[in-house]
Design a protein around this ligand. Structure first.
Ligand SMILES: Nc1ncnc2c1ncn2[C@@H]1O[C@H](COP(=O)(O)OP(=O)(O)OP(=O)(O)O)[C@@H](O)[C@H]1O
Length: 387
C-alpha cells in the first residue's frame, strides 16, 4: 500500500498543507524544527490513532486551535480510499472513509499499516516493560484491529479496579477499619475481577501468539543487522507475571488461572491499593546469546548491540506484517543520523524494496544512496517537491 496524497489542517505546526506523494522513497529534507516529523507522524497517526512521539492527542492539534484534520488518499491493490481523522480537543475523535463517517473512530485503525523507525526505538530495548508491552499491543492491533477494543477495555478495567482498591485500602486502614465501606468495595470488586480475568486472558493469549509469530523473523533480522551475528543470537520471550502452570495458550484455562491468582493476592491488592495481577504487569524478555551464554539485552548489551536489537525488532514487525499479505508503509524518521555508516547502508538496502518508504533527514547527505527517490524540501510550514 502507499499514500498518494496527504492533507493536514491545523495538525501540529501546519495550518494547511497538501502534498502529493508517490510509491517508492519520499525523502523530506529540512532544517531542525521545520515540520518533517509532523508530516510522517500524521500518516502514522492515521494508521493506529496514536503517535510514536507522545501518549496523548493534545499536542497533535495546532496551538490555539481546537480541531485538527488529517486526510490521506491510500492506494491498495490499485484501489484508492480517502481516510480521514478529525481530532477534537476535549471531545471524541471522528473518522471517515470516503467521506462517510465511521460509527467509532477506532474502526479506522489498521486500514493503513505503518512501521516507524525512529531514535525513540532504543527505548524498546532500554526502557521500561511498559514500552515493550506497548510495542506488542500496537503490532497486535495493526494485525488484528478488533483487538483495539480489547486493549482499551482492559485499560478501563484496570482503572476501575484500581479506584475500587484505593477505596478498599482507605476503608481498611481507617481507625477502627473495615466496616460497610470495605465490604461494599470488595463486593463491587468481584464483578471487575471477572472482567479482568476474561479480558486479560484474551490479551495474554494474543500477546503470546504474537511473540511466537515474531520470533523467527527477529532471529533473521538480527543476523542481517548485526555484524557477524547468527540467526540464533537474538531471541524474545513473553514472560507473564504469573505462573501459567503449563496451561494451554487458550483463553479459558488462562482466565481460570488469573481468577485464582486474583483471589490469592486479594489481601496484597487491598493493602497496596492497586491491581497486582494481569497482563499489565507482564514483560517481553529480550535476550542475546551465543553458545551457552544467554543474557538479557537490557542492562547487559552494548550500545551498538542495543541499537541492532531495536532495529531488528522493527524489521521483524515489518516482515511479519508483510507475511500477512500487505506491504506496510515504512517510516524512517531521523534515523540515519543515529547510525554508523555500515548500519545506515544495511538498513537502506533492506527497506529499499518496500512499496513506500518515507524518510526524514536534516540534510540530503544523511539519506543513503540506496534510498534515492523523490525529494521534498520542508521549510517554514511549506512542503515543496524538489525538481
Ligand atoms: N501542536 C503544535 N502547534 C504548533 N506547533 C507545533 C505543535 N507541535 C509541534 N509544533 C512545532 O513543530 C515543530 C517540530 O516539527 P517537527 O518535529 O516535525 O520537526 P522536524 O523538522 O522533524 O525537526 P528535527 O529535524 O529537529 O527532528 C516545532 O517547531 C514545534 O514547536
Amino acid at each position: 500500500m502507499h499514500v498518494s496524497h496527504l492533507s493536514l489542517h491545523d495538525f501540529r505546526s501546519y495550518a494547511a498543507v497538501d502534498v502529493a506523494l508517490q510509491p517508492g522513497v519520499c525523502a523530506f529534507i529540512g532544517r531542525n524544527g521545520q515540520g518533517k516529523t509532523n508530516l510522517v507522524e500524521a500518516i502514522d497517526y492515521l494508521s493506529r490513532l496514536a503517535s510514536h512521539r507522545v501518549a496523548s492527542d493534545a499536542p497533535m492539534i495546532r496551538a490555539g486551535r481546537d480541531q485538527a484534520v488529517v486526510r490521506a488518499a491510500v492506494v491498495r491493490d490499485g484501489r484508492t480510499a480517502i481516510l480521514e481523522v478529525e481530532m477534537n480537543a476535549g471531545k471524541a475523535n471522528r473518522a471517515r472513509i470516503n467521506r462517510s463517517p465511521l460509527p467509532r473512530a477506532r474502526e479506522i485503525i489498521g486500514l493503513i499499516r505503518t512501521v516507524v523507525f525512529s531514535p525513540e526505538d532504543l527505548t524498546l530495548v532500554k526502557g521500561d516493560p511498559s514500552d515493550r508491552r506497548k510495542f506488542l499491543d500496537d503490532l497486535m492491533i495493526l494485525r488484528t484491529p478488533r483487538l483495539a477494543g480489547v486493549r482499551s477495555d482492559y485499560d478501563r478495567i484496570i482503572k476501575q479496579r484500581n479506584s475500587l482498591l484505593k477505596t478498599a485500602q482507605k476503608a481498611k486502614f481507617r481507625p477502627g477499619g473495615g466496616g460497610d465501606a470495605l465490604d461494599g468495595a470488595l463486593s463491587t470488586l468481584a464483578v471487575w475481577d471477572e472482567h479482568l480475568a476474561k479480558t486479560g486472558a484474551e490479551l495474554l493469549v494474543e500477546r503470546i501468539r504474537l511473540v511466537e509469530a515474531l520470533r523467527p523473523y527477529l532471529g533473521k533480522a538480527y543476523e542481517t543487522v548485526a555484524r557477524g551475528a547468527s540467526r540464533d543470537d537474538a531471541d524474545i520471550e513473553y514472560k507473564p507475571s504469573l505462573d501459567l502452570g503449563g496451561v494451554l495458550v487458550e483463553r479459558e484455562p488462562i482466565e481460570g488461572t488469573l481468577l485464582a491468582e486474583i483471589e490469592r493476592r486479594r489481601r496484597d491488592e487491598v493493602d497496596r491499593g492497586v491491581s497486582l495481577v494481569g497482563p499489565h504487569r507482564d514483560e517481553l524478555l529480550l535476550t542475546l546469546g551465543n553458545g551457552d551464554v544467554r543474557l538479557p539485552v537490557k542492562g547487559y548489551a552494548s550500545h551498538g548491540e542495543s541499537w541492532s536489537f531495536a532495529l531488528a525488532m522493527k524489521l521483524a514487525s515489518y516482515d511479519l506484517l508483510r507475511s500477512d499479505g500487505d506491504d506496510p508503509i515504512l517510516i524512517l524518521d531521523d534515523v540515519f543520523a543515529e547510525l554508523d555508516t555500515q548500519r545506515r547502508e544495511q538498513l537502506a538496502e533492506l527497506v529499499a524494496g518496500a512499496e513506500q518508504v518515507l524518510v526524514t533527514a536534516a540534510v540530503p547527505e544523511d539519506v543513503p544512496a540506496a534510498l534515492a527517490g523523490q525529494r521534498y524540501d520542508v521549510a517554514d510550514g511549506e512542503v515543496t517537491r524538489h525538481e
